[in-house]
Every structure is written in structure tokens, then in C-alpha cells.
Design a protein around this ligand. Structure first.
Ligand code: AMP
Length: 226
């Protein structure tokens, strides 16, 4: 199974990517997590990415495309993968098409999570993630059992620096300008499934499941770029 999860920051892509990855034992490629890890470790990629991420802008396409290309080449992606937060610009989408063509692979579905700005801001301000395993929580909607501690690895839960209000606004603007055009792009391929992103996590998972299970039966296979 090869999926793309598309939608604004805070729409629930990361949460659903984690659930799908656990359930189908499929590798999850979250470019945001990989970049944050690189920033934390101060690798050359992290040093370049930091200022873009801190201000809510997109990290340059060439850096992100290379990162994804490398990751797709690893063994863990042989059976399938879930792309969470990539592609995020037209150039990234076109680069992905070329990579897929070289690999002779198809994307099965693009899940587009729809949700309004007010709800996004509410979600992002309450979002916390584990320093260790990156699991995502919400202080109100999806709290951990023990305050401030991750249920699965007992790591510390922290707020992302780019979840502050000013940066959130910048990220939403970038989303509208750079990422939203991808909906029309994938729609012409017939690959988009719209998922109502409002509701409880389990309800949204059910909607995701419905679309993912339909992917095999109801939709024609579309080879990106053909
Ligand atoms: P996320 O965790 O997906 O919300 O990503 C956090 C930040 O990482 C974004 O605001 C961008 O600065 C950067 N980022 C993540 N994915 C991408 C991508 N595909 N292209 C460019 N920048 C990205």
C-alpha cells in the first residue's frame, strides 16, 4: 500500500499516519519528524532546515526531495509506505512522480483531510509530542495517561516551537499558497479521497479505513505521470 496524506497543519495527518502504519505494518515517512530530528541532532540538513521551520516556511524542495528519495530506497519501504506531509509543493509532487516512475510504483490513494482554520488553531495550540518516539497527543482531545509523559515510551511530552500562534498563521498561509494546489493536481488523476477531519480520532480512522479499503476495489489504478 502506498498512500499520501495531504492537508493543512493540524488536520490529523500525523495521528492517522501513525495508526495506519501500526495497523498495516507499513513504513511511515513524516518529513516534518525527519527534519525535526535532524534539527535536534544539528546535522548538516538540520542546520539548513532550522530557520525555515522556525518561521513556518517550507524547507527548500531539493533538500526534502533528496531526503524522501533516500528513504524510499531503504528496505523498510519495499512493501509500501505512507507519505505524511510530502509532497507539499508542485515541484515536490512532480519530483515524486519521477521517482515513482523510476521505481515502477503507483500511489494507491491520496487522503485529503479537510478542516476549518478555527479548529486547526485549537488543535495545534493543544498539541504535544513525545521527545523520544514522536507520538502525538492533545492535552484535551487525546491526553496521555500520565500528565506530560508518553504512554508508549514514557518520554517527555513537549510543545513544538512552530505550534506557537504567530508561526501557526504563517504555516497556514504557506499551506494555502504552496500545498493546496496539489488537491486539484491529484484530483485530475482520480487519486483524491476527501476525509472529513472533524470528529473523534476513532471516527476519522473509520473514514480513513473506508477509503483505504476501497482503494483496492473501486478505483482504477492510475500511474502518476502516464
Ligand atoms: P509538519 O510536522 O509536517 O507540520 O512539518 C513541520 C515543518 O517542517 C514545516 O512547517 C516545514 O517547515 C517543514 N517541512 C515538513 N515537510 C516538508 C516538506 N514536504 N517540504 C518542505 N518543508 C517541510
Amino acid at each position: 500500500m502506498r498512500l499520501i496524506l495531504l492537508g493543512p497543519p493540524g488536520a490529523g495527518k500525523g495521528t492517522q499516519a501513525q495508526i495506519l502504519s501500526d495497523r498495516y505494518e507499513t513504513d511511515k515517512i513524516s518529513t516534518g519528524d525527519i527534519l525535526r530530528d535532524a534539527v535536534g541532532k544539528k546535522t548538516p540538513l538540520g542546520l539548513k532546515a532550522k530557520e525555515y521551520m522556525d518561521s513556518g516556511r517550507l524547507v527548500p524542495d531539493d533538500l526534502v526531495v533528496e531526503l524522501v528519495r533516500e528513504r524510499l530506497g531503504t528496505d523498510s519501504c519495499r512493501k509500501g509506505y505512507i507519505l505524511d506531509g510530502f509532497p507539499r509543493s508542485m515541484l515536490q509532487a512532480e519530483s515524486l512522480e519521477k521517482i515513482l516512475k523510476q521505481r515502477g510504483e503507483l500511489i494507491d490513494r491520496v487522503l485529503f483531510f479537510e478542516i476549518g482554520d478555527d479548529e486547526l488553531i485549537r488543535r495545534l495550540s493543544g498539541r504535544r509530542s513525545c521527545e523520544g518516539c514522536k507520538r502525538v497527543y492533545h492535552i484535551e482531545f487525546n491526553p496521555p495517561v500520565k500528565d506530560g509523559k508518553c504512554d508508549s515510551c514514557n518520554g517527555n511530552l513537549i510543545q513544538r516551537s512552530d505550534d506557537r500562534k504567530e508561526t501557526v498563521k504563517a504555516r497556514l498561509k504557506v499551506y494555502r499558497e504552496e500545498t493546496e494546489p496539489l488537491i486539484a493536481y491529484y484530483n485530475t488523476n482520480g487519486l483524491i479521497s476527501r476525509i472529513d477531519g472533524l470528529g473523534k480520532i476513532e471516527e476519522i480512522t473509520k473514514r480513513v479505513d473506508r477509503e483505504v479499503s476501497r482503494a483496492d476495489d473501486d478505483y482504477p489504478e492510475v500511474r502518476s505521470g502516464d
